[in-house]
Design a protein around this ligand. Sequence first.
Ligand code: NAD
Length: 499
Amino acid sequence: MEELSHFINGQRTKGGSGRFADVYNPATGEVQAKVPLATVEEVNDAVAKAAAAQPAWGATNPQRRARVMMKFGQLINENMDMLAEAVSREHGKTLPDARGDVQRGLEVVEFCMGAPNQLKGEFTTDGGPGIDLYSMRQPLGVVAGITPFNFPAMIPLWKMAGALACGNAIILKPSERVPTTAILLAELLQEAGLPDGCLQVVNGDKEAVDALLDNDTIQAVGFVGSTPIAQYIYGRACSNGKRAQCFGGAKNHMIVMPDADLDKAADALVGSSMGAAGERCMAISVAVPVGEKTADALVERLVPRIEALKVGPYTAGDDVDYGPLITKAAQDRVKGLIDRGVEEGATLLTDGRDFSLQGYENGYFVGPTYFDNVTPDMDIYKEEIFGPVLSQVRMDSYSDALKLVMDNEYGNGTSIFTADGDTARDFANRVNVGMVGINFPIPVPLSYHTFGGWKRSGFGDLNQFGPDAFRFYTKTKTVTERWFSGIKEGGEFAFKAMD
Ligand code: NAD
């Protein structure tokens, strides 16, 4: 059995706790490796070593740091297939999906190549007689990134690229379900020229996370995961005086107006609800057709499309639409929620509970599942299912549909399909959700915008990546200066003669 490592001071380092978590092959249910779970002492040691490495990195000029990002980006490109394979092996997503996972992280690395421009600060000349003011952005010191299982490359890259480009050292605590990709990325960063200790990958569970939250050297915590843990981490980090941004779960709705191109809406719904087995925080999990005719027309289009989906292991080829869920517990939970939906009286149009694949009977697969006539009081509407399950809530009017989205406790992403610009504009302006798509199903912003949900999908200030990353990972210092030699009595400023 392969025993995985931490990555400390530039080296793969065996765990010393004697505690391990199993890493599964989700397509077969077999344990393929075990990952060490760090103790408080191991976490504190990694932080101390990062604190020793950070000052020199923070004092390295931004352009040199950006060159490390440039080389890192090049290495990610050269190793794309190796990284995608590592993602798929532990997560189970298809290889095209895994390449997308790496690619969307790479784009953030590319944005961070422009760090010198983002960090150059502000300047006011002659704010008063002979007085200049300037604001500079300085690194925080050592920060922590705690990431979820569903994007083993992208989200660690969001965290490390922003923190490092700003001159910080970062402790990354990846999901214990998918630990390998973060180590591979750390090795590529080292090859790109990052000094040892600036990125420490510490594997672990709650014990390691709590150690990070309680360590006084850690200045900021960037978390992505489920809402209860996001809220917990936000509270504990803040009460320990740290800067924190904690992104949580989601329930993303797509409103389909009667004037929408229904074929395009149906294609978009299938991809965004079932893609990556629904294990995306930006997955559309609720279809909201406006009017009975629209709803019936969607059913007519969606059922055959959903039934045609090919589910299987990533090794079965690029025509597989999606793979298994991450764990047996996730599979049981999703199937249990489908049972619950049936009990609650929703209409089950396609049922993924009995899905089975020859040779992969122990894999964590769930077939594509589509419920109609879901109502807002049902558990399948209220809970984030995080599986290949689409719920359809029929609404009579645009106002009712908008109210449904606005009343939902989550606010990560949402979308509207319509041919009417006024409706789309009204929706974009009024909806209380962080990322909005118009005739666009998964509106993940590009790397030079920012990513962040509202309501219970995000706790704290500032978004991930883009210009907000440079705000989150730096402190602003403002200097007001004057030089008395140039000021005459009475406050009048005079230039000195230049001999
Ligand atoms: P999770 O909350 O179980 O785990 C996330 C991280 O927190 C992991 O590193 C894990 O080790 C750690 N953790 C788990 N339990 C903990 C505890 N009790 N105390 C301290 N740390 C703990 O999330 P997950 O299952 O890995 O990921 C799926 C969730 O992440 C979904 O809810 C999804 O919507 C969400 N997500 C959100 C975004 C976003 O940007 N909003 C992006 C991706 C995923």
